[in-house]
Design a protein around this ligand. Structure first.
Ligand SMILES: [Zn+2]
Length: 387
């Protein structure tokens, strides 16, 4: 397979030859006008597939479902391919233990049944239940299931997940959290800070214990904070923390996206969707967890009849385009924040278009500050974004 596109990092038009036998990139070379590509053209950009480390559901499929089957997960995965996301961490949020464990098992079973799911889902993001029960910081997590950290319980989650929980979001101020973070990090798990009202010392202690990322910074927080001494400022200033941002214009207004990205710098910024099942679906009322939510035409998801956000309906390629438009950064840098940076956070293989790397890539046009993905290739298999 030969793919042609303008390399989103170098800006040069390249021909990418894919080894159809193993799905790896065989060669990246300057455009050869004598050859016709199978997909792409010099007018389209080519970039590594996007990687979303925070997603709860998509295209009507709720990942937090003990009865989830491989076909549902495959549908949500294929629909994300149309938007350029080739890999993602299934995010499981706070619930009673047995229900959460059943959700981990359901996804793990689906991964075993379908190799394409095993590739698309390198692991899980456990968000909660060891987070703040205070209104504001707890966001949409159910208060009655929030609890202090338990290493013993976490190990049972890890067993249910086949050892694939890669990222855990916790609130540093909970009793016993420093020890929990140390144990988790020693076991190879990445710790994110979020849904927390921690003070500067508690954040410093968590970072010293090994926390390395701020989860959806600026969300899962109080509506009103002291202007200087607050956990958003502290986490922005902490250079040992990367930070993930929901750059959808609802969770963070454009000027906050700009400020946050400038404060963290490109190398420490990660773009995520935090998408919920109505994402990728038409506007309407949807069941999500214990509640009904309303997906509005502008991409806002609320509790019906209220202004309260209840998850995101955005897609990652939109967040990339928003970061370019709002933060004044290059397309290259924005792509990096949805490919290379999340992979580096998790210690996964770098996402690059190079000989020998897996042919996970996207072709797209940049039109009116929006990214329109036209084609996605996963391990050498082609998917068109046109239905
Ligand atoms: Zn959250």
């Amino acid at each position: 397979m030969l793919i042609r596109g303008k390399h989103a990092v170098t800006g040069q038009v390249v021909d990418i030859r894919v080894n159809d036998a193993n799905g790896a990139i065989a060669d990246v070379a300057p455009l050869d006008p004598a050859r016709a590509p199978d997909f792409g053209s010099g007018d389209l950009f080519v970039a590594p597939g996007l990687f979303d480390i925070h997603i709860n559901g998509f295209a009507g499929v709720d990942f937090q479902n003990p009865a989830l089957v491989a076909a549902d997960l495959a549908h949500a995965t294929r629909e994300q391919l149309r938007h350029g996301t080739t890999q993602y961490l299934v995010t499981i949020v706070s619930e009673a233990h047995d229900r959460m464990a059943a959700c981990f098992r359901a996804v793990s079973r689906a991964r075993e049944e379908q190799p394409e799911l095993a590739h698309a889902i390198p692991g899980f993001h456990l968000e909660g239940p060891y987070i703040s029960a205070e209104d504001g910081p707890r966001g949409g997590h159910y208060r009655d299931v929030l609890r202090p950290p338990s290493w013993e319980e976490f190990q049972r989650f890890q067993d249910a997940a086949g050892g694939r929980i890669k990222l855990v979001t916790v609130a540093p101020e909970l009793p016993g959290m420093t020890r929990f973070i140390e144990q988790a990090v020693a076991s190879g798990v990445v710790i994110g800070l979020g849904h927390s009202g921690a003070n500067a010392q508690q954040i410093a202690d968590a970072v010293a214990a090994g926390a390395t990322v701020a989860t959806h910074l600026g969300n899962g927080s109080h509506a009103v904070l002291p202007r200087h001494a607050n956990y958003i400022q502290v986490q922005l200033a902490e250079d040992r923390l990367m930070a993930a941002f929901i750059a959808d214009g609802h969770h963070l207004p454009p000027y906050v996206v700009k400020n946050f990205i400038r404060a963290k710098g490109v190398a420490r910024s990660i773009l995520v969707t935090d998408a919920v099942p109505p994402a990728g679906m038409p506007p309407g009322i949807y069941r999500y967890g214990r509640v009904e939510v309303e997906a509005k035409p502008d991409g806002l998801i609320c509790l019906p009849g209220t202004p309260y956000l209840f998850g995101a309906a955005t897609t990652l390629e939109r967040c990339v385009a928003n970061a370019v438009a709002w933060a004044g950064i290059s397309l290259t840098d924005a792509i990096r924040m949805a490919t290379e940076n999340p992979a580096r956070l998790l210690g996964l293989a770098p996402r690059v278009l190079e000989k020998g790397s897996s042919a996970d890539l996207i072709l797209f046009a940049l039109e009116d500050s929006r990214i329109r993905v036209t084609d996605t290739v996963v391990r050498g298999q082609h998917f068109s974004s046109t239905p």
